[in-house]
Design a protein around this ligand. Structure first.
Ligand code: ATP
Ligand code: MG
Ligand code: MG
Length: 348
């Protein structure tokens, strides 16, 4: 049997390791933080940071293929690994998704619609961008943002200085505010041989920048469903992608607008654990291990609710709820905004 290497031992790494074990595969996980959630279910190497080239090389030699649960892996670490073992999804997917500006350029280059955007490095470029794009708008750091962190809303030109200050000097991107009807995401997979499969799109609700719920089926018409699958396939083929991707979309009267892509399993795909025969975690493992993709057909209506911070205090109540599947990540400390688990409710 082969061994899967995963960079990152958070909840996504943990659920990937569980899926791999069901297929009879072993998992080694690289994570500099001691006591990472995946440590309960897989062998975790905790001895080094992403700047420790010899530890990365030893890790790569101990596995057959390397994947990851987050996209912000330093380029040097990727170089050290790739000299020894394949990284799937590949470098191009990481290059494109690590920087919001590169990502928007890439997506619009494929002919896909994005929010209007401009690079921002200082007051002058922000003013220029605001003149062109207008308000309301959102200023975001180009790199490292997640759960709405590193973002500042600009409701009117009066917010310019405070928004720029919120970037702490980091390179930024201004995005025009998209007046969307709703937000959906497509979780899609591409195999080593180039086969593509899309899960049914989910409808996402955010609170305070953090995903709160995903519901399937999303409220989309037939043409929108087709568009969602076509654009996901277009992105996957263009990147020569192997694995699962999350594509976040805004639904507007003028069509689907791509918000961002995540080159990994995605929080808005957690419903697949209880709504499909083969969930996103198994699908990702299958793809990167060179297996055929599995059956991702949706067989139930599902609402996934994230358990954030002290939501998880209600775990024993949730455990008694009928038609509800509880998933806990084994995190000892519940901090505000921290994802502790999720519950998938079968609807209807
Ligand atoms: P994630 O945790 O999904 O990686 P993130 O920190 O990368 O989040 P975004 O997805 O860029 O942040 O933005 C978070 C949310 O803010 C979006 O899901 C959407 O609700 C809102 N938002 C972001 N950009 C725009 C925009 N240009 N127009 C309208 N709403 C937006
Ligand atoms: Mg993001
Ligand atoms: Mg997002």
């Amino acid at each position: 049997g082969s061994t899967i290497g995963i960079l990152g031992g958070g909840q996504l790494g943990r659920m990937l390791a569980v899926a791999a074990s069901r297929l009879g595969l072993r998992t080694h996980i690289f994570d500099p933080i001691e006591g990472a959630p995946a440590g309960d279910v897989a062998h975790v190497v905790t001895t080094a940071g992403y700047d420790d080239e010899s530890a990365l090389s030893a890790f790569a030699r101990s596995v057959d293929v390397v994947t990851y649960e987050f996209e912000n892996i330093p380029t040097e670490a990727l170089d050290a690994i790739e000299a020894i073992r394949p990284i799937r999804p590949g470098r191009e997917a990481l290059r494109v998704s690590q920087d919001r500006l590169t990502e928007k350029d890439y997506l619009s280059g494929l002919g896909l619609r994005t929010a209007p955007y401009a690079a921002v490095d200082d007051t002058a470029s922000l003013k220029e961008a605001l003149d062109r794009i207008g308000t309301p708008a959102i200023l975001k750091t180009r790199r490292f943002g997640y759960d709405g962190k590193g973002q500042a809303r600009i409701g009117s030109p009066a917010d310019t200085d405070s928004a720029l200050a919120a970037m702490n000097g980091a390179p930024a991107i201004l995005e025009g505010h998209v007046a969307f009807d709703r937000e959906v995401s497509v979780i899609a997979a591409r195999s080593l041989g180039g086969a593509v499969a899309c899960y049914d799109p989910g409808e996402n609700v955010h609170e305070g920048g953090i995903l709160r719920t995903t519901t399937v089926p999303a409220r989309l018409n037939t043409a929108q469903r087709t568009d969602a699958a076509l654009l996901a396939g277009r992105i996957l083929n263009a990147l020569d992608y192997v694995g699962v991707v999350g594509v976040e979309l805004f639904v507007t009267a003028q069509g689907l607008v791509v918000n961002e892509i995540a080159p990994r399993v995605h929080n808005s795909g957690h419903w697949t654990q209880n709504g499909c025969t083969v969930d996103q975690f198994e699908q990702h493992i299958r793809a990167i291990a060179g297996w055929p993709l599995g059956d991702g057909q949706r067989y139930a209506d599902v609402e996934m609710q994230n358990l954030i911070g002290d939501d998880a205090d209600r775990a024993l109540d949730l455990a008694q709820e009928p038609r509800a599947a509880l998933h806990l990540y084994g995190k000892a400390e519940a901090r505000p905004g921290r994802k502790m688990g999720h519950v998938n409710r079968i609807l209807g």
